[in-house]
Design a protein around this ligand. Structure first.
Ligand SMILES: Cc1cc2nc3c(=O)[nH]c(=O)nc-3n(C[C@H](O)[C@H](O)[C@H](O)COP(=O)(O)O)c2cc1C
Length: 338
């Protein structure tokens, strides 16, 4: 079922209002564990100063029981704003304590609760998408959190546990009645994992049922996708994940293009390579070169993916050990692409 709505009005185009927080952008960066760390967010932020950016998922159990409030995952840069810190958890006291520590030590603009993670380690612990199987527990957690923190609380969830249990509509209504200020729907079930086949029509169903902002997530990769989702379903924003891997400029470019009505900026390999190198340098400054390069190995191929000749360098890029090797490899890719 496709729900055709009027094209977005100016208020929608100006951004989205999440509780008391106004965000002057409709394009959001998805939380991605192991990807959207403080360094990557810093790069995204340079191109997208106004967009809402989310941290990686943070385990409330991990935070509270380890008593380490200085863990890397909690770090925030000076320009890291507006930002949502995403928490996972199912013990009310623990979730509330973790949120309170984050709010008082990190000054986030909002707290997002992960109720969509499909990974067994998380769902087996009755966190992430497992909470979609117990909306009453989810309601208790969300309403308690809304009462205990003075920043807006948002929630990200999926279509449901599996095809036979698609309860996103009731779940969204539950979240709204718990006092949540925005919902993000990843239009797949837990059983789908990341397999192709998002049900974008679900955005229209949810949008029509809720008064709080609804953000669309799942396979949004282009400006056309964003325009289509906003115009067809009236969603308040689009959240992009994997399309931003190796493309930290994309959130900002999408935001600028949506606001101006202009096409998306094309970026050449010659422009991209210095950005990639800058990412590697910053990451090494943050965690040290040996560890930093190891962690960068997954990011590097994303930057050059799709460019002529780049696939031949994939193996080399994933074996680099120093910044000099990264630079040499990127220069060779540039030469091969010319
Ligand atoms: C590597 C990776 C890590 C992710 N980590 C999280 C996470 O920590 N919290 C979360 O809510 N979703 C997480 N997700 C899901 C994304 O936020 C997003 O919902 C999903 O990738 C679909 O959006 P996309 O098609 O734009 O990538 C992750 C996805 C990927 C690929």
């Amino acid at each position: 079922m496709t729900t055709l709505l009027e094209p977005p009005n100016q208020t929608q185009l100006a951004g989205l209002t999440i509780g008391k927080v106004h965000i002057n952008s409709q394009v959001l960066l998805a939380p991605m564990a192991g990807v959207t760390d403080v360094v990557f967010r810093g790069l995204v932020r340079e191109y997208a100063p106004q967009s809402l950016i989310c941290t990686e998922m943070i385990s409330s159990n991990g935070m509270v029981f380890s008593k380490r409030n200085d863990a890397r995952i909690l770090d925030k840069g000076t320009s890291d704003h507006p930002i949502a810190y995403q928490l996972a958890g199912h013990h009310e006291d623990v979730l509330l304590e973790a949120a309170e520590v984050i709010v008082s030590h990190r000054q986030p603009d909002m707290i997002d609760v992960n109720m969509g993670c499909p990974v067994k380690k998380i769902t087996g612990n009755f966190e992430g998408c497992a909470l979609m199987k117990s909306p009453d527990v989810a309601y208790k957690l969300l309403s308690a959190l809304v009462k205990s923190v003075d920043v807006p609380v948002t929630v990200k969830f999926r279509l449901g546990w599996d095809n036979a249990n698609k309860n996103y509509l009731e779940f969204g209504q539950m979240a709204e009645s718990a006092g949540v200020s925005m919902v993000t729907l990843h239009a797949r079930t837990r059983a789908q994992g990341y397999a192709p086949g998002c049900d974008w029509d679900a955005f229209g169903v949810l949008k029509q049922a809720l008064t709080i902002p609804v953000v669309a997530n799942g396979d949004v990769t282009s400006l056309e996708d964003a325009r289509h989702l906003i115009a067809t379903y009236g969603v308040d924003g689009v959240m992009m994940g994997r399309a931003v891997q190796g493309r930290p400029w994309l959130i900002g470019d999408m935001d600028a293009a949506l606001k101006s009505g202009q096409p998306l900026k094309e970026r050449s390999l010659a422009e991209i390579i210095p950005i990639c190198l800058d990412h590697a340098r910053r990451h090494c400054e943050y965690v040290g070169e040996a560890h930093g390069i190891k962690e960068m190995r997954k990011h590097l191929p994303w930057y050059v993916k799709g460019f002529r000749g780049a696939s031949e360098f994939r193996a080399r890029l994933t074996q680099v050990s120093t910044l000099l090797e990264v630079e040499a490899c990127l220069n060779d890719i540039l030469k091969a692409g010319q």
